[in-house]
Design a protein around this ligand. Structure first.
Ligand code: MN
Length: 241
């Protein structure tokens, strides 16, 4: 299969997995940088992730202009993706979601930190971007490049950022890694809340986070991917798109 077709299949699978694993519901999206043109990215038309098919995947320039819309509506918040690809040449995939367990951490000042080994990929601490700081009262949606760039700045060199009163955004070196981090960001938030209800939490140390991150390679991520493909009813491709 051609590289582009394979990546489009991968994106459809990523959408279905994120839906099946409870990271996205009727909203939320996942994109990939175009494999032949780093100034473009691939993202579905505006549709619930569990419904997305190959024909829904569209190509955009980094400023969010669709190349060949053919009547397909774009996500209002596509600027999240373009702004991150613009700021971060190292990232090839972006997930935006309203993952339920992370929301309380975006509004209380209580930081999400890795609480178990599978959570190490979220980074040492997850920063919170508050749209109100620079944009005042908005509908909380990232609906232009100014807001997208501000979010990208808050994320910095990391893989994750919460969005106050809204959700989270995750960046990865490829689609599978971005999905992996998104799933475990949700799990980590859920477990962290449970642990905090029980008493004082001993989080992973900075050194432990680094050691786990060193060990989290394609082997582990592909193992999870195969399992998630099965659960989502999608074919597993050993090679990444
Ligand atoms: Mn959103």
């Amino acid at each position: 299969m051609a590289k582009l077709d394979q990546l489009i299949e991968e994106l459809v699978t990523a959408n279905r997995i994120l839906a099946r694993e409870g990271v996205v519901d009727s909203f939320g999206h996942v994109s990939a940088r175009h494999p032949d043109n780093p100034q473009h990215y691939l993202l579905s038309r505006s549709r619930a992730p569990d419904c997305i098919e190959v024909g829904d995947i569209m190509e955009f320039t980094l400023d969010g202009t669709p190349l060949d819309p053919r009547g397909r509506a774009s996500y209002l918040e596509r600027f999240i993706h373009g702004a991150l690809y613009e700021a971060r040449p190292d990232i090839m995939s972006v997930v935006h979601n309203h993952s339920e367990s992370v929301i309380p951490f975006g509004v209380t000042g209580q930081k999400i930190k890795p609480i178990f080994h599978m959570g190490a990929s979220i980074g040492h601490e997850v920063p919170v971007w508050d749209s109100h700081d620079h944009f005042g009262d908005t509908a909380l949606l990232v609906e232009n490049m100014d807001m997208g760039r501000d979010l990208a700045k808050r994320m910095g060199a990391g893989a994750t950022a919460l969005m106050r009163g809204h959700g989270a955004t995750v960046a990865g070196r490829n689609v599978r890694q971005a999905v992996y981090i998104s799933v475990y960001l949700e799990v980590n938030a859920r477990l962290q809340k449970q642990a905090m209800d029980m008493g004082n939490v001993k989080f992973l140390t900075a050194g432990e986070v680094d050691k786990v991150a060193e060990r989290t390679g394609p082997y582990g991520i592909n193992r999870a991917w195969e399992n998630w493909c099965r659960r989502a009813g999608r074919p597993f491709q050993a090679e990444q798109g």
